[in-house]
Design a protein around this ligand. Structure first.
Ligand code: HEM
Length: 496
């Protein structure tokens, strides 16, 4: 990159109230979201100190995009990725730039539009099964419920339904152990992380057992390579003609890393998105009732199916807005592979960069009334590639974005078709800031919707067969389904 600038990182303002030795550790630990938002006034960049190390936080959408699009220089790295790498090795989401393109080409076919309809059907079924276990009046830990739903759905889409019940149960338990330990491990200094505490032993056992289960499944697949119509089948069969001999396919260790990457990367983020969407509906009953009316009209007595996706306009906007307000990946980090210039400032190789979808999504100059839940802000509007980044951007953009969106929209539809959600108590619920922007601890009350008896709810619902589904407002372009019926689009490409 040409270096035409003279300003150095030292010229970037330091965020206020840094303490000697601790830097900004206290406000970051006490209320990270308030701290991040207090930096939005900086517009371009600001320096943040964590103990002895300093990171440059990017506050501007154009600069954020520059970082995303130049992953050769602004590579994946930093404490979040170091901890994730402990579990999923050098899988697609954690590998450094030199390993990335081959892996992306080998993984991309697993997310081809022709595969997504099958995955969507699995999710619709998983959501119907889950909601079928609920009872009228239940007060549920909704994040936990969504985790079981998405874990089961993700397991089945990756490994098809062939897992024995006990293996599935153990894998679900191990996943829960790993996910709950992630953030704690990220925040614990290296020396303490190595201490053989009971928690560490539990974590190591869960990680090793899950990896062993996945390796066994891979060995079985190698022995029987017929297409099981699941994600693993496409990974096993993928060939990269651009790679040299011996590297054209994923080896067993790589397959295990990728399968685990998809599994862990997909299930928590989608569960949280669903939990936040339900929280927003519970606190905005007018939107919930409109969504129920849309669901009833579109389904019109039919079984939920990915073919309904193009008609679920409001459900799509609710998920889009939930991802704006509560982006699960609220913060991402990059590490410079070499000296580079950004926004007229010369940054040294090895510097850490922090990007935050949460900050951009809530900037008042980018979104009117940014803290307000307003799914209709997306009516006829396309999410802007620079200011709306729940899935990141560029070559490292989420490979599962379309997969996750279809899953979330279908699951949300299955839930509101049958259930009304309402808040428990009057206290506003605040996110738990972890590796993800978590909804952990969120409880919601369920009421079963009744046909006929509930005039308020059912007023907008036509009698079966009497009315055609309304023409829906356009779904944002980056989420638009393809024209093939029942197949959702996968617009992820190596470069945008
Ligand atoms: C609502 C759900 C999801 C959200 C919000 C989300 C968010 C993200 C974000 C922000 C990134 C980019 C991280 C960065 O640049 O540092 C990413 C990457 C990734 N995501 Fe997702 N994700 C979701 C669902 C999924 C699903 C369902 C899968 C797979 C089944 C998945 C697999 C991946 C992978 C493999 C990458 C790395 C891509 C690469 O580096 O080439 N994600 N995700």
């Amino acid at each position: 990159m040409a270096d035409t600038s003279t300003a150095t990182a030292a010229s970037v303002p330091l965020a206020p109230r840094a303490l000697p030795l601790l830097g900004h550790a206290l406000p970051l630990l006490r209320d990270p979201l308030a701290f991040i938002m207090s930096l939005s006034g900086y517009r371009e960049m600001v320096r943040v100190r964590l103990g002895p190390s300093t990171a440059v936080m990017i506050c501007d959408p154009a600069l954020t995009r520059q970082v995303f699009l130049n992953d050769r220089v602004f590579d994946k790295g930093g404490p979040i990725y170091d901890r994730i790498r402990e579990v999923i090795g050098d899988g697609l989401s954690t590998c450094a730039y030199p390993l990335h393109r081959r892996q992306r080409r080998l993984c991309q076919p697993s997310f081809h539009p022709s595969r997504l309809a099958g995955y969507g059907a699995v999710f619709a079924r998983a959501a119907e099964l889950k909601t079928g276990t609920w009872r009228d009046g239940d007060v549920l830990d909704i994040t936990q419920e969504m985790m079981t739903l998405t874990t089961r759905g993700t397991m089945e889409t990756i490994f098809s339904g062939a897992l024995p019940a006990e293996t599935m149960r153990q894998a679900l338990a191990d996943t829960a152990t790993i996910v709950s330990a992630f953030f704690r491990r990220m925040m614990t200094p290296a020396l303490l992380r190595r201490l053989p505490t009971r928690q560490k032993r539990r974590y190591d056992r869960a990680r090793d057992r899950l990896a062993a289960t996945i390796s066994e499944i891979i060995a079985e697949r190698r022995a029987d390579p017929t297409d099981h119509a699941d994600l693993l089948s496409t990974l096993v069969a993928a060939v990269d003609e651009e790679s040299q001999d011996g590297e054209k396919q994923l080896n067993d260790a790589e397959l295990a890393d990728e399968a685990l990457t998809f599994f862990l990367g997909g299930m928590e983020t989608t569960a949280i998105t669903l939990a936040w969407a339900l929280h927003l509906l519970a606190t905005n009953p007018d939107v919930q009732h409109r969504l129920q009316a849309e669901t009833d009209t579109v389904l019109n007595g039919e079984k939920l199916d990915p073919a309904h996706l193009p008609s679920l306009g409001l459900a799509t906007r609710v998920v889009t807005e939930a991802l704006r307000l509560y982006p699960p990946a609220w913060m991402m980090t990059r590490v410079l592979r070499e000296d580079a210039e950004l926004g007229g400032v010369r940054l040294k190789g090895g510097s850490t960069i922090v990007l935050s979808p949460y900050l951009l999504h809530r900037r008042p100059d980018l979104y009117a009334e940014p803290d307000r839940f307003d799914p209709d802000r997306w009516l006829g509007a396309q999410p802007d590639r620079a200011t709306y980044i729940p899935f990141g951007a560029g070559a490292r953009k989420c490979i599962g974005d379309q997969f996750a969106l279809s899953e979330a929209i279908l699951a949300l539809t299955a839930i509101v078709a049958r259930w009304e959600v309402s808040p428990v108590g009057d206290e506003p619920f605040r996110p738990k800031v972890e590796t993800s922007l978590s909804s952990r601890g969120l409880s919601l009350r369920l009421g079963e919707r009744r046909t006929g008896g509930d005039a308020g709810l059912r007023a907008a619902v036509p009698r079966p067969g009497s009315v055609q589904p309304p023409v829906q407002p356009p779904v944002p372009r980056s989420f638009q389904p393809s024209t093939q019926p029942g197949v959702t689009a996968c617009p992820v490409t190596h470069q945008e």
